[in-house]
Design a protein around this ligand. Structure first.
Ligand code: GLU
Length: 469
């Protein structure tokens, strides 16, 4: 059984880099008909917060990444870590270290002076002291010789000499387990077959493999993902835009588009750029993960988002538009069906924030027509055609694209002007601005009653202007 896990630390929110890690773990489990576990690594009690846990859970749920087990919290498993620590202490696989902070500082400084790598020198490793009252930490007895070969699915074979690795603290003075220790026990207990994570963890892996040996359990298969760089070549960070995945939701992105974008950061399938989730699951494999760092591009993410807006089933987009209209406080009680707005705007907006912002006039009155547009479009020459149009539109019984078009065409031909000459003033009159979907579509969205009212207002404006001339 293939089992993967995503193991974020709630010391921060869910950001793009971790979402990509989660996605690869999730996809691989789904691809193999395996299971995906969510584990919250909250052993750092000071820096882990409830808010961050919520941010992670909310983010996962918004992205549609479901898990077969979890969330499992490491803080609920302290007893288990202590059990193993006690066992290792008894078996001599771990030892108590009484070195004080001062002593450790001195040790490091000496090593630095000599130009050596700073590491724990094993001072307490063979100490015949069994004093459990005094402040101490537990350290793992890392093998002194030999090497560890990490057979990484992305990097290939990476070798580490044991004498390069020092004896890691596994339990702190306050009894809390450290990351490397807890992670090994969890991966073992949870039967994780594949660990997929950022390559900033590669250096931890030989230490973890040694601890797996101490447990007498086979280590999982590791894949370390290349990091994600920003447009400027530096490691992706806050400077490159939204960090919290929830910010992307607020900015009007579609979760599927984000997943599609992220899957291409470090993984490829020929030149294909657009994958729906099913395709991703079908095609994703560890052997196609690239070794080199991937570059994040906000333009490309935006492009992909619009691809999704244009091609997704319109019904599936309704909840997104609704969410964003509510977010900016549009009263949806009187206006077109959201699906009509989506059909009208899906090729004109890159995000749902833009779409929601653009469609407000379909639901609510606007106070003012853009003065520039008034000056340019609501001129006295257009007064008669607008009055003629108003009287025709008033008689329409079935408010439809065809009939609206026919009315506009008829008025244009009676006054011998082209469609644009009447369409544009009409648009300004009913939307207050100069850009909207084709005029018959716009009028349908607005509805007959509102259209007429707005036209009347524009006619008054034009009349006043004619009088003052
Ligand atoms: N809690 C670790 C992190 O957030 C996870 C490391 C791992 O996947 O082993 O970086």
């Amino acid at each position: 059984m293939i089992r993967t896990r995503f193991a974020p630390s709630p010391t921060g929110v869910l950001h793009l880099g971790s979402v990509r890690t989660a996605l690869f773990c999730w996809l691989y489990a789904k691809h193999c008909d395996g299971q995906f576990v969510l584990r919250i690594e909250d052993t750092d009690k000071e820096r882990s917060t409830k808010e961050n846990v919520n941010a992670i859970l909310e983010g996962m749920s918004w992205l549609g990444m479901d898990y077969d087990e979890g969330p499992i919290f490491q803080t609920d498993r302290f007893e288990r870590y202590h059990e193993i620590a006690k066992n290792w202490l008894e078996l001599g696989k771990a030892y108590r270290c009484y070195c004080s902070k001062d002593e450790l500082d001195k040790m490091r400084n000496k090593q630095k002076e000599k130009g050596e790598k700073t590491r724990y020198n094993g001072h307490c490793r063979d100490l015949k002291r069994n004093d459990s009252k005094e402040g101490f930490v537990l350290r793992f007895k890392n093998p002194l010789s030999g090497k560890v070969v990490v057979n990484d699915q992305v990097r290939g074979e990476v070798e580490f000499e044991n004498h390069e690795l020092d004896d890691l603290v596994i339990v702190r003075t306050d009894g809390s387990p450290t990351y490397n220790f807890a992670v090994v026990i969890d991966d073992a207990d949870m039967n994780i077959s594949h660990v997929i994570r950022g390559d900033d963890h590669l250096n931890n892996t030989p230490r973890q493999i040694n601890m797996f040996k101490a447990l007498g359990v086979n280590a999982p298969i590791y894949s370390h993902l290349p990091m994600i760089l920003g447009d400027d070549g530096a490691k992706l960070s806050k400077r490159h835009g939204a960090v919290d995945i929830r910010d992307y939701r607020e900015q009007g992105f579609i979760p599927e588009a984000i997943l599609n974008y992220l899957v291409r950061l470090g993984w490829s399938y020929g030149d294909q750029e657009v994958f729906n989730t099913e395709e991703m699951i079908k095609l994703f494999d560890l052997s196609d993960i690239n070794q080199s760092a991937a570059a994040f591009s906000s333009d490309k993410l935006l492009w992909l988002n619009q691809e999704y807006m244009m091609h997704a089933r319109a019904e599936s987009l309704v909840p997104h538009l609704r969410y964003h209209m509510d977010l900016i406080g549009i009263d949806r009680s009187d206006g077109p069906e959201l699906i009509e707005v989506i059909e009208a705007y899906r090729e004109r907006a890159e995000t749902f924030t833009q779409m929601a912002d653009a469609c407000r006039y379909c639901y609510e009155e606007f106070d003012e027509i853009d003065p520039k547009a008034i000056k340019k479009q609501l001129r006295p020459v257009i007064l008669e055609p607008m009055i003629a149009l108003h009287s025709r539109l008033k008689l329409v019984e079935e408010w439809s694209h065809e009939i609206i078009n026919a009315c506009v065409n008829e008025v244009a031909s009676i006054f011998d002007i082209n469609m644009g000459k009447i369409g544009q003033p009409l648009r300004v009159a009913v939307t207050g601005i100069s850009a909207s979907p084709p005029i018959h579509v716009t009028l349908c969205l607005i509805g007959q009653e509102r259209t007429l009212k707005r036209l009347e207002r524009a006619i008054e404006i034009i009349k006043k202007r004619a009088e003052s001339n």
